[in-house]
Ligand binder design. Structure first.
Ligand code: 0XW
Ligand code: MG
Length: 368
């Protein structure tokens, strides 16, 4: 089998509910969907979608421009040979993991269809039938945050990520305390500032919330600040935006900086790279999540597929953006949240999703 054609689609995924982070409010990200067609006519689908231009050093138009170089680099090659696919992409373009991830995910989907196996099986098999998820509570008043946390727990959510940062620190502290007051036994809370605090602010929050059971996700912007903070902090530190490749993950495990990770498949270059990091986290008993910044059913299915293969004891869950944009590419099989868990698509081999011909409209670009 050889890759014969690659089609690029631009798909708007407007936030239907308030979704804000310390650096930005999500409005209408335009997701990049890639369709990789092999010489037998089989199609594999991949996706990459940044929530906002501020969340990490990448933006959605840039993903599509990077594919002008990356897509031609893999034409004519076997999509199952993912080591070769990555070598070709890395030789063609340094960095730009998001565009590489979209093609990588499409090759995993296509490989599954060629081999008639699910991506979950190709990744070693599911350790969890349904994958626990976490839900985001955006930045707002203490009353809003507490009410949302109560609603989510009534719906079976047991992992809450409270956004913070980008405002006076005392407002963050009030929201954290209001949410902690309504947490049921067994519900985990991560406070995620998306790099929004200074280390002094993070120390102030940790001292003000000493004795409250929570973790701080990406409290500060740089790894150096996290190392400093670790020595003064009362709470576990989860690293998200600073995880850019397996080297950074390995470094933060061995230095003891990270008590866990919030890992994004497209920031790490796709399922292939994420699998290696998964194995490192399993071997070192380091909790990790398997998700991404935004995106539709394709990126959700990739995150849930990899999340299903995690040791449940070390799974921080798989997050999907669907509750916020409420759009399914595959209305029947698209991953959805039921009682605090995300469902694995069951539409067949590969990612398990089924699309109609032409459902993503006219391609923005075609490479053949
Ligand atoms: C909650 N997420 C998975 C989605 C947002 O876009 C950012 C990310 C996070 O953990 O920061
Ligand atoms: Mg995060």
């Amino acid at each position: 089998m050889a890759i014969q054609e690659i089609r690029i689609f631009c798909v708007p995924l407007a936030a239907k509910k308030l979704y804000n982070m310390s650096s930005s409010v999500v409005s209408t990200p335009f997701s990049t969907v890639v369709e990789v067609v092999d010489s037998s006519g089989l199609k594999g689908y991949g996706e990459a979608c940044l929530a906002s231009p501020q969340y990490q050093p990448a933006f959605n138009d840039g993903v599509r421009v990077s594919l002008e170089i990356l897509a031609p680099a893999i034409l004519g090659y076997d999509p199952i040979k993912l080591n070769v696919i990555h070598a070709l992409m890395n030789e063609a373009l340094d960095g730009h993991p998001e565009g590489k991830a979209a093609l990588d995910i499409a090759c995993w989907d296509l490989s599954g269809k060629i081999l008639d196996r699910s991506v979950v099986d190709l990744l070693g098999g599911a350790r969890q039938k349904n994958i626990i998820t976490y839900h985001v509570v955006g930045i707002g008043t203490p009353e809003y945050a507490a009410t949302e946390a109560e609603r989510l727990q009534r719906e079976g959510i047991t992992r809450i990520q409270l956004k913070a940062g980008g405002r006076p620190i005392d407002q963050d502290i009030e929201c954290i305390k209001a949410v902690c007051k309504v947490l049921q036994p067994g519900t985990d809370l991560a406070v995620d500032t998306n790099r929004g605090w200074t280390s002094a602010e993070a120390v102030k929050v940790s001292n003000a919330c000493a004795g409250l059971s929570l973790s701080l996700e990406q409290p500060c912007s740089t790894e150096a600040e996290l190392i400093q903070l670790k020595m003064q902090c009362n709470h576990p530190i989860i690293v998200d935006e600073n995880t850019t490749d397996i080297r950074s993950v390995a470094r933060m495990i061995s230095s003891g900086t990270a008590d866990g990770f919030g890992l994004k498949i497209t920031r790490l270059g796709g399922v292939t790279n994420m699998r290696a990091i998964r194995d490192l986290c399993i071997a070192t008993h380091t909790p990790m999540s398997s998700d991404d910044a935004w995106g539709g059913d394709i990126i959700a299915a990739a995150g849930v597929a990899l999340g299903a293969t995690l040791d449940p004891h070390f799974s921080r869950g798989a997050w999907i953006a669907h509750p916020y944009h409420q759009t399914h590419y595959d209305e029947v099989n698209g991953p959805r949240i039921e009682n605090g868990f995300v469902t694995l698509p069951k539409g067949g081999p590969g990612l398990g999703l089924v699309f109609k011909d032409g459902q993503f409209g006219e391609p923005a670009a075609v490479y053949s």
